[in-house]
Design a protein. Structure first.
Length: 725
């Protein structure tokens, strides 16, 4: 338990709270009439986003708002029977007494703790407690804020910092962070570069790191470092300087630095590469050039160009390494393609690019998958066959090739229609395991400059590295899809096994139910003969006879589970069918304190349907609504006619269904009710009956409660249908 008290004690303000029914009523603002504004004040507390508790000196909960009930999973009545120890197990009677006195002294305290839900789960909270006195009694008003997201963010930050340390400490690049002139961080590569240990460098006084900077460069380097620590924009981020290491040797260092935030304040993030060897080589070349300049001036120019290309190649290789590492970390196929095409455009400064890839893993024909830049772009109908003359040529060449060169070599190639949209540029093959896996077409540079050899080399390496990343991403997508199919197959297998067991059980139940049903029907006939002439008894007997026939039909359905059965569709008035169901359930609705309102237009089209099946659906939905509203409530049933369907809505005022359960509520044996209360078959049967009517049924939560929506086709034909229940 982490508890952090407020540094600023709160001011004492007497509460206007009043006692009402054993719970605390919130205070009425000064100047407002109690009878007018007390409900509004209470409503504002009840609807507050934070959990609010009023607590007595004996640690009992005197008032809780809606947010507290929702987060803890209790009803208000349940919470008002509890003490603070029941929802905050880190408290005890001794600790409570201590904190009561603490709050009494400071008026307001803030600390972190954790709350225990009804389901046994903990979640972290930040609690602000105010001490109040009213009518010679003492209270605590506690505001509890769920800080789960904040805790997760802190954990993610710590994980990110750990990853940074792992990468920096094990990397070959020398990295150091300077803040207020002190070394705040240095990795092992810095120690190897300078000869000083990490502990020695961290123990240096302010600007003590200047001991490793050559005196000729010291003022400049210190000035740049101080500017970056202040966050000044006028700085040089990349330069070369000279170090004097511990043993007195001099080393040349290529230094990159920038201003960053470290522990919330500006710091100088520096990365360094030892280029002493390169500098020595440059000095040797320079000396040779000075000695032989009058003889080998042209050779000197060649060496300078070679040096420039070497620098560019080093930079390109480093860039490709970073890009490849980032690409390999991306498993989302679409994101990877966008990143590759945009990177190629940015690095080359080209106007547009098009990427051709196989339609699916292992596919033979390439189609246009991505375009970026300025149109016009190739038409979707243009395809590339890797086994064509063009495909075989770029595969064997295995390097970017100029479009103009391809036009000269293969003027009649059939799958080079993309060239109509690229006047000039490069065709870059993506090779993986000696096979062509894709083609990137990139236009000429917007600057009008020609592609250099290093551009071609850069694209060649980048394309081959990206081909591996794309193949990995596609394999990942394929494996993911296969896993989803396997999981779906497993679910279907489980459902099939359950239905097989249900079929066997249904046959036994049907056999046992049919015998007493036959006896009941015989005795009903005898009663009907004895009660002739009494219209009321005739009406009741008729209803009983209809329901027995419906039971017989349900038993027949049990016998025919997973086997086709013949059902006859007749013209059916859906509104009349709903009223008949309500008439049968009148006593059950009264006993459950459920009010039903109907919104059924006078003129509704009849539909071809199975009336007994619809009755079964409507009755199940009404029973579910009554079960959800265990304290009573209201059900609104509305029917609306559309162009080709009628829509029936069952809206209740219950709590709705947890969103995580909604995708599964129509699955057989899936139930959110307590064990022994529901079988999990009611909604599954409803779904099958509606589906066999070529209709749909779905559930949605809304502010009023839960709503089942059924759509049934109007144009269904009257006929006999084979279907499964």
């Amino acid at each position: 338990m982490t508890r952090k008290k407020n540094d600023q004690p709160g001011t004492t303000r007497k509460s206007n709270a009043i006692k009402n029914g054993g719970s605390i009523q919130p205070a009425v603002p000064i100047g407002m009439a109690s009878e007018d504004h007390l409900p509004l004040t209470r409503l504002s507390l009840d609807r507050a986003s934070d959990s609010i508790f009023w607590i007595g000196q004996d640690a009992r909960l005197l008032y809780v708002n809606d947010s507290a009930c929702k987060r803890l999973g209790y009803t208000r009545k349940e919470l008002l029977l509890k003490r603070i120890f029941d929802i905050d197990p880190d408290f005890s009677a001794d600790i409570w007494a201590e904190y009561w006195e603490d709050a009494k002294q400071n008026k307001v305290i803030t600390f972190e703790s954790r709350h225990l839900k009804k389901n046994g789960q903990f979640f972290p909270v930040e609690i602000t407690v105010s001490y109040l006195e009213f009518n010679d009694k003492e209270y605590h008003c506690a505001y509890a804020r769920d800080i789960t997201a904040r805790k997760m963010a802190e954990s993610a930050l710590r994980e990110s910092e750990a990853k940074f340390r792992l990468l920096s400490e094990q990397g070959l690049l020398a990295i150091v962070i300077i803040q207020d002139g002190l070394i705040k961080f240095a990795n092992q590569a810095v120690a190897e570069l300078t000869g000083y240990s990490i502990d020695e460098m961290k123990a240096w006084p302010e600007d003590g790191y200047s001991v490793v900077i050559h005196p000729e460069h010291r003022l400049f380097v210190l000035d740049q470092a101080r500017k970056k620590q202040r966050g000044d924009p006028d700085v040089i981020n990349h330069y070369t300087t000279k170090f004097v290491i511990r043993n007195g040797d001099e080393k040349w260092v290529d230094l990159y630095s920038k201003s960053v935030k470290y522990d919330g304040r500006n710091a100088d993030f520096v990365s360094m590469v030892d280029i002493t060897g390169r500098k020595d080589a440059e000095n040797v070349l320079k000396k040779a050039r000075n000695e032989l300049e009058f003889l080998v001036e042209e050779r000197t120019v060649e060496l300078t160009e070679a040096n420039r290309q070497l620098k560019r190649r080093i930079f390109d290789l480093y860039t490709i390494f970073e890009l490849s590492r980032n690409f390999n970390a991306v498993l989302n196929y679409e994101t990877l393609l966008d990143s590759f095409v945009l990177t190629s455009l940015g690095q080359m400064g080209a106007a547009k690019a098009a990427l051709y890839l196989p339609h699916q893993l292992g596919g033979e024909t390439f189609r246009l998958e991505r375009v970026k830049g300025s149109p016009p772009f190739p038409r979707k109908e243009i395809l590339i066959n890797p086994d064509s003359e063009f495909g075989r040529y770029i595969t064997a060449y295995n390097r970017p090739v100029f479009i103009s060169e391809l036009s000269d070599k293969m003027p009649a190639a059939k799958d080079m229609g993309f060239m109509d949209y690229f006047d000039d540029g490069l065709v870059v093959p993506l090779i993986f395991q000696t096979k062509l896996r894709g083609v990137l077409i990139i236009s000429a540079k917007e600057s009008g400059q020609h592609f250099q050899d290093e551009d071609v080399e850069f694209l060649s390496i980048l394309a081959n590295q990206t081909a591996v990343s794309i193949e990995n991403a596609r394999l990942y997508e394929s494996e993911k899809e296969a896993l989803e199919k396997l999981q779906q197959t497993q679910r279907l297998l489980i459902q099939s096994e359950r239905l097989a067991v249900l079929g066997e059980l249904s046959a036994k139940i049907a056999h046992e139910v049919n015998n007493p049903l036959g006896i009941i029907k015989n005795y009903l006939n005898l009663i009907n003969q004895q009660a002739e002439g009494n219209p009321k008894i005739d009406e009741y007997l008729s209803i009983v006879q209809q329901e027995i026939d419906r039971i017989t039909m349900i038993v027949r359905q049990l016998l025919n589970i997973n086997r086709p059965m013949l059902i006859k569709f007749v013209r059916t008035d859906v509104g009349k069918t709903i009223r008949e169901v309500l008439n049968l359930m009148r006593r059950q609705l009264e006993q459950s304190s459920t009010k039903v309102t109907l919104d059924i237009p006078d003129s509704m089209p009849e539909i071809a349907a199975w009336p007994d099946g619809l009755k079964q659906v409507f009755m199940n939905l009404i029973i579910n609504a009554c079960d959800a509203m265990n304290q009573g409530g209201e059900i609104e049933i509305g029917i609306h006619s559309r162009e080709h369907t009628i829509q029936i809505n069952f809206q209740d005022t219950g709590p709705g269904i947890d969103p995580k359960h909604i995708p599964h509520i129509f699955e057989p044996f899936y139930s959110t009710k307590e064990a022994g209360v529901g079988t999990g078959l009611g909604l599954s049967v409803c779904h099958r009956i509606v589906r066999n009517h070529n209709g749909t049924i779905e559930f949605n939560n809304n502010p009023r409660g839960g709503c089942f929506k059924i759509d049934l086709p109007i144009d269904q034909e009257e006929d006999e249908y084979d279907w499964r229940i």
